[in-house]
Design a protein around this ligand. Structure first.
Ligand code: KG4
Ligand code: ZN
Length: 337
């Protein structure tokens, strides 16, 4: 049977991304045009600058994704676009572009939730014939700059939320701690790098376990880091602060996963979202899966942070079921799963 080729677009935040995905599994191209250099000096994303940059580079990004996949627009079966949650101005650029292209090229349009996109990132395989994708049901821990939630994925479209953050998302806490330390944006990769050289036991930051709940709360941990930094005449060891902050956060995650396995009896776990790129978290979950007898599914690093390929992987599930969107599609800044 002829493979289904989807063009996918994500402009939910500060990355402009386009991809061509075959049968929801095989990534024929995945172009991500980042904007870190624009936002870095502000220590966070400036929404208006993000939207303007999306306008400038969306067409070249889509064009590059088509060229890299050796696919012409004629060969595309449908156009998938992320319509939320995210920055409204950024989403507006992606959805307007996708609608125009779908109309002009007479292609069906598929609207994809960004969170559901992250959830489908482990289904993209380098070698779709041989690789392993999560087996249903699985527990999905989504840790990004905007979200920290844990779900049981029973099947496509049936997601049971076990818990979510009550305040800061974990990626946001990483970014804010990095800002306090004068590191660049996004902060996660900087902390990840410095933590490797630090002692995780040097500072005893709090571990917000929220006993008896699967919810998360990282704002107290972030404040504890701020108070520690303020109490110092000068910062002696950035590496130790990074390693100790990270250790607290990872301890909480590992405990929540362990509890979720016991409560649900589900032994397949996937870790997705930008923070899933964290090297210590990946290593410690890899070690935990042996101790606690679960199977861990991790997307490759480039599919943890925002990308359009995951929108294509999820969009394929919509395509198979004939879930197409009308031209009245509007972006939504707040969009639950
Ligand atoms: O999924 P994502 O690209 O965007 C959202 O949907 O939010 O996640 C971005 C977040 C940022 O907060 C960034 O600091 C964090 O992911 N991040 C990391 C790492 N790489 C990116 N956090 C910890 N360690 C990393 N290596
Ligand atoms: Zn994201």
């Amino acid at each position: 049977m002829k493979p289904v080729k989807l063009l996918a677009i994500d402009t939910s935040c500060d990355d402009t991304s386009a991809a061509v995905v075959e049968n929801g599994r095989k990534m024929l191209s995945n172009v991500v045009s980042g904007q870190s250099e624009i936002h870095e000096k502000y220590g966070g994303i400036v929404p208006e600058l993000a939207s303007r940059r999306h306008v400038e580079i969306i067409w070249p990004t889509v064009d590059e994704a088509l060229k890299k996949s050796n696919t012409s627009l004629n060969e595309i079966d449908a156009i998938c676009v992320c319509y939320g949650p995210g920055l409204i101005g950024s989403l507006l650029v992606g959805t307007s572009f996708a609608k125009s292209l779908a109309y002009a090229a007479d292609k069906p349009l598929i609207a994809v939730n960004h969170l559901e996109g992250h959830m489908f990132s482990p289904f993209l395989l380098a070698d779709p014939e041989n690789g392993q994708t999560p087996t249903l049901p699985f527990i999905c821990l989504l840790v990004s700059g905007g979200h920290t939630s844990m779900y049981v994925v029973h099947e496509y479209g049936k997601y049971e939320e076990l818990g979510r953050t009550r305040d800061d998302a974990l990626g946001e806490a990483y970014d804010k701690v990095a800002k306090m330390l004068g590191l660049g944006y996004p902060g996660g990769p900087h902390i990840d790098r410095l933590a490797k050289k630090g002692d995780p036991k040097s500072i005893n930051f709090p571990r917000p376990y929220l006993h008896g709940s699967f919810d998360f709360s990282f704002s107290g941990l972030k404040t504890a880091v701020r108070n520690f930094i303020k109490s110092q005449q000068k910062i002696n060891s950035m590496e130790d602060i990074c390693a100790s902050f990270q250790k607290s956060a990872i301890d909480v995650i590992l405990r929540k996963i362990s509890n979720a396995i016991k409560t649900t009896g589900v032994h397949s776990i996937s870790l997705v979202g930008g923070v899933a790129a964290n090297s210590a978290l990946r290593q410690q979950m890899d070690a935990q899966q042996k101790d606690e007898n679960y199977t861990l599914f991790l997307p490759p690093l480039n599919l943890c942070t925002d990308n359009a390929a995951m929108i294509g992987a999820c969009g394929y599930e919509h395509y198979k079921r004939g879930f197409f969107s009308s031209m009245a599609l509007n972006p939504q800044a707040y969009l639950p799963l």
